[in-house]
Ligand binder design. Structure first.
Ligand code: ADP
Length: 662
């Protein structure tokens, strides 16, 4: 059995240079090595003996088989003198190897090699001179001993080489039918089989099914011809796992022109194969992602001046790698005329200053289709020098078209909204004028002498007129707000006067509904504030009138006090009632327009559901915030804050209370 490719085949240069014969036999006594000296002495070429049993080459050699068997059994080196010339070199030396002597005297050393453990090394020394030339005997002997030592050294070298190979490689030997005759430790470790499990089995046991029949047929055809085969093979380990090996199969020991056995030297490349598989997967994913997102990638190498495109780049351009070689010049030409200078200068800035770009430009494909593309690019610089510029190209035509449609739809919607607001505003104005006349003349009528029934009819007429006017005013405000047409007239106001005016306006109404209305200003409240008085009163009035409207018993309390909010002084107004309250599930929508907690509200209490939406808008316009707390069945507290002075306006300080003032 062979152990190692280094110990098989012809001799290495070192061994061939030796002045002694050296042959190596495998476990079956077949010739593995037959050095040049031996070839010269015996007249037999390496090819004629390699792979053949020694006893078969020399069938008449007496006791040869026994001698070999004994050396193997004893494992001790042996030295034999003048023994082999009868069978090994039976003829006189052709040229006077040592002149004057017709026969060569030999000394033969047999030794079992440490590795491959069952190999036998035989060194044959020519001691003819030592026997016949007594006068030169000693010197000659020294030479011979030195030669033998060198031969043994060479063999040790080979053993070390074998050890090194075993450390590095996965080695196996098979016969010509693929039956495993040798495996090293590494082979066992990787395949997870023991040596005993493998020896004698066909190498097919490791077939993973990964490769086609043709793959292995090709390999067998190559090695059967005596040629070396190289490839990457996926094998099956004992536990069912797969491993990859980089494999070189060397045919050995030619017999009748055909290899006698094969040595396979392998390295484990499973990790590399896995990384390759991951990389291939990532590349495929990237390709698919680019394809589905319609994003192409490109890279320009500043050193070589070469431009590289991904597959998707070609697709976006409606080109193929076979019909187009991308260059900087022809790439720019695909942009629409107006876009060419933009993209060219962006590229130049990236090249010279490393500036990135991200542009949306119009583009024309090779087939003449107009597209919108998003082009991005950035430069990789080292020490201020640009090494490469790379980027992406994305088809954004669909998005651009949708954007255009949306912009147009928005413009149309705004136009329609403005028309609707203008119509509402006109109508409200038109209705307000006769409404004012109805209310005014009802008032005048009430100043005349009327009987009780007439008075009550006219009062109802006036009240309904006023309700209608309030709704009209709300609608007018709302349409103004929608078209953002509420100009604020800000001026300094007296807090106390403002609150008094509010109380005056709603006192009668509260009294009519037998509700109390109390108004208070907390001590320390700034006496003045800067705001739009009528709008502020409108908000307060809305909250108070809601309070009155939605309260059956109890009363309404209005309070004012100063607060600090986000580092600015504010006034906080609260309007509390003891009315019906608002259910928790309706809190979120209470400030939305046309919203009423209950549809029956409008029938019971009147109103269009606009008051709070308008109040919120006004408060926010004045730089404040609005909110409420309410408990269903127990009452509500609506509040809003206003800055003492609008942001950026001077005079906020002078509005602050002087010490001691209330
Ligand atoms: P409306 O003109 O209908 O009163 P608002 O916007 O002022 O419109 O109020 C919207 C709805 O909020 C009211 O219909 C009512 O259901 C509820 N609401 C407002 N204020 C109060 C309150 N103080 N108490 C109970 N419910 C209220």
């Amino acid at each position: 059995m062979l152990g190692n490719p280094l110990n098989s085949g012809d001799g290495g240069p070192l061994i061939d240079a030796l002045p002694c014969g050296l042959l190596q036999l495998d476990a079956e006594d077949c010739v593995v090595r037959w050095n040049q000296c031996l070839q010269r002495w015996t007249g037999r070429s390496l090819e004629s003996v390699q792979g053949r049993r020694l006893t078969e080459i020399y069938p008449d050699a007496p006791k040869l088989g026994r001698l070999l068997a004994e050396t193997r059994a004893s494992r001790q080196p042996r030295v034999l003198s003048q023994m082999f010339h009868h069978w090994l070199i039976p003829v006189p030396l052709p040229v006077g190897h040592i002149s004057g002597f017709s026969e060569m005297q030999q000394e033969c050393h047999l030794r079992l090699l440490a590795a491959p453990s069952d190999h036998l090394a035989i060194t044959i020394l020519d001691v003819t001179a030592g026997v016949v030339g007594q006068q030169r005997g000693r010197a000659m002997n020294r030479d011979l001993i030195a030669a033998r030592d060198r031969a043994e050294l060479s063999l040790r070298d080979l053993e070390e080489h074998e050890f090194a190979l075993d450390q590095h490689a996965i080695v196996a030997v098979t016969d010509t039918r693929g039956t495993i005759t040798y495996v090293n430790e590494k082979f066992c470790a990787l395949s997870q089989y023991t040596r005993e499990e493998l020896i004698g089995r066909n190498h097919r046991v490791l077939n993973s099914g990964q490769h086609s029949k043709e793959f292995f047929c090709g390999m067998w055809a190559t090695i059967s011809r005596g040629e070396v085969w190289h490839g990457e093979v996926c094998n099956l380990a004992k536990d069912g796992g797969r491993y990859w090996v980089d494999t070189t199969v060397v045919p050995l020991g030619r017999r009748e022109g055909k290899p006698a056995k094969y040595i396979a030297i392998r390295t484990d490349i499973t990790a590399r194969k896995r990384s390759e598989a991951v990389l291939a997967l990532q590349a495929r994913l990237l390709r698919q992602t680019q394809q589905s997102a319609q994003i192409g990638g490109w890279e320009y190498d500043c050193t070589t001046g070469r431009l590289h495109w991904t597959e998707e780049m070609f697709r976006l351009h409606e080109l193929t790698p076979s019909n187009h070689e991308p260059t900087l010049e022809n790439s720019v030409a695909f942009y629409a005329a107006g876009s060419v200078p933009i993209v060219s200068s962006a590229f130049q800035r990236a090249l010279s200053r490393g500036e990135p770009w991200d542009l949306e430009l119009s583009f024309i494909t090779a087939l003449g289709r107009n597209l919108w593309v998003r082009t991005t690019g950035e430069a990789e610089q080292v020490d201020g020098k640009t090494l490469r510029v790379f980027g992406s190209l994305q088809d954004i035509t669909v998005r651009k078209n949708v954007e255009q449609v949306l912009t147009q739809a928005k413009a149309e919607a705004e136009l329609g909204n403005r028309a609707k607001s203008a119509f509402l505003s006109t109508m409200s104005h038109e209705i307000r004028t006769p409404m004012n006349a109805v209310i005014g003349f009802s008032g005048l009528l009430l100043d005349t002498t009327l009987d009780v029934d007439q008075r009550s009819y006219v009062e109802a007429l006036k009240e309904s007129g006023e309700d209608l006017l309030r709704i009209l005013n709300d609608i007018l405000d709302y349409s103004d707000m929608e078209s953002a047409r509420i100009p604020l007239k800000t001026k300094a106001l007296d807090t106390a006067a403002l609150v008094a005016e509010l109380a005056n306006g709603y006192e009668t109404k509260a009294r009519e509904r037998q509700l109390s209305l109390s108004v208070s200003i907390a001590p320390g409240t700034p006496p003045r504030l800067c705001a739009d008085g009528p709008r502020l009163l409108q908000v307060l009035g809305n909250l108070v009138s809601n309070g009155i409207k939605f309260t059956e018993r109890g009363g309404i309390t209005v309070q004012v006090h100063g607060v600090d909010q986000s580092g600015r002084s504010h006034l906080r107004f609260t309007v509390t009632d003891t009315g019906i309250g608002i259910p928790r599930d309706r809190h979120a929508e209470i400030f939305q327009h046309f919203n009423q907690v209950d549809a029956t509200n409008s029938r019971l209490y009147g109103g269009a559901g606009l008051g709070l939406a308008i109040s919120k808008r006004l408060v926010e316009l004045m730089g404040g915030q609005i909110g409420f707390e309410s408990e269903f069945g127990r009452g509500s507290t609506f509040w809003f804050t206003l800055p003492l002075a609008p942001r950026g306006e001077a005079g906020a300080k002078e509005l602050l209370p002087k010490s001691g003032a209330t």
